[in-house]
Design a binder for this molecule. Structure first.
Ligand code: NAD
Length: 357
């Protein structure tokens, strides 16, 4: 039995609708398992711009840092699109990730049997897929210097630097191994060590770290092969650990195996406070209509329990309840299938809570 302080950032569009279901789920889990979850709401994104003129007010940073986990809805929308880059809602989100030092992004791609037809790939290829991509989030090509565009005319030169320090590789490798220990103890490290020096260092360091995890079976794969294998035979993977740019591309590819953005959760961990959010945006086209699928947020709550608060039993209960909800033929509009029952956001959230067991 524990006592946990949860920061909640509703954000914009469907953010408040899906966050409400995440909070209700945690409250229900608190009652069932004897935990006390207290929630504090903070502003970010368009809502924060409207209220304070800043997409990430200092009070939000301070409040979130003092909490045990952050549940984040989604931010952005047409109303704020024409603001200068650093005043846009998205600027607030990027700053918050940096402030929290969340260097490890965990993105699961799970194909539920009940939704196997939602994928663009053949059912026999994707059925049973359950992959976790662990992506390094604060280093590599996206942050390395020097970077820029120089010169003029035909000799203009654009450049970025792909750089990792051994310590950065070691800490993300450890997240990969720890994640593998919580799952089937298989880890695939993805790099481009046949061409890139930085990738050779990546591979060397991952091998060094593997000595601390003798139970985990480690394999290595070049990124181009991994991109191919993910659509050829996704079930060969369990946990993938990789650098920033490779992880960006591969996690999007893996997520699309599942077919629906309304189902996909994520966690960014490694700093003092874990950051748990659906991968979808604020979906202005369906906001306020009860059409949003809350399962991506519910999956994010599961990740907060498992990877943030280390409450594995409770996380397993959420995963099982989601599976049962789908098996019972309950769907939101985005994943609706013939013969199933269509529910709105709240009813879908309630259906999961009813099936917590
Ligand atoms: P989006 O993810 O908001 O929507 C894409 C499509 O998926 C839309 O048709 C939407 O209705 C649908 N969709 C998304 N989530 C859904 C859900 N839970 N249930 C059912 N359908 C769902 O992407 P977009 O339209 O490109 O972006 C809209 C806004 O969100 C933009 O301002 C963008 O910058 C922002 N955005 C924010 C985040 C974030 O907060 N992390 C991420 C991506 C985009």
């Amino acid at each position: 039995m524990g006592s946990y302080t949860i920061s909640v950032i509703h954000g914009d569009g469907i953010g408040p609708e899906v966050c409400a279901e995440g909070v209700r789920l945690l409250e229900a889990l608190g009652q069932r398992y004897g935990h006390s979850f207290s929630f504090t709401e903070y502003l970010a994104g368009g809502a924060a711009i409207d209220a304070t003129g800043d997409p990430l007010p200092q009070a939000t940073i301070d409040g979130v840092k003092a909490s045990d986990a952050l549940l984040f809805g989604a931010i952005g929308g047409p109303k704020w699109e024409n603001l200068p880059q650093d005043k846009k809602p998205e600027a607030g989100l990027l700053r918050l990730r940096k402030e929290l030092g969340a260097f490890a992004n965990l993105r699961p791609a799970i194909v539920f049997d009940e939704l196997v037809d939602a994928s663009t790939l053949k059912p026999e290829v994707v059925r049973g897929t359950d992959i976790m991509v662990v992506r390094e989030l604060t280093g590599g090509l996206y942050f390395g210097t020097p970077r820029g565009v120089e010169g003029s005319g035909a000799s203009r030169k654009g450049f970025n630097t792909m750089v990792y320090e051994a310590s950065e590789i070691e800490r993300i490798a450890r997240v990969g191994f720890e994640t593998a220990m919580l799952r089937s103890k298989k880890l695939c490290s993805v790099d481009k060590a046949n061409v890139l020096d930085v990738s050779q260092l990546w591979r060397d360091v991952v091998i060094e770290v593997s000595k601390d995890y003798p139970e985990v079976t480690l394999s290595h794969m070049y990124v181009d092969n991994c991109a191919m294998q993910l659509i050829r035979d996704p079930k060969q993977f369990d946990v993938i650990v990789t650098g920033n740019i490779f992880g960006d591309i591969l996690s999007d590819e893996a997520s699309q195996l599942t077919g629906s953005i309304g189902m996909l959760a994520s966690a960014s961990v490694g700093g003092p406070v874990g950051f748990f959010e659906p991968i979808h945006g604020s979906a202005p086209d369906i906001a306020g209509q009860g059409k949003a699928n809350p399962l991506a947020m519910i999956g994010s709550v599961e990740m907060a329990l498992r990877y943030g608060l280390k409450l594995e039993t409770e996380a397993d209960a959420v995963a099982a309840a989601v599976k049962k909800t789908l098996a019972d033929g309950l769907r939101t509009g985005d994943i609706m299938q013939p013969g199933c029952t269509q529910l709105d956001t709240q009813a879908m959230g309630a259906a999961v809570i009813e099936r917590l067991g």
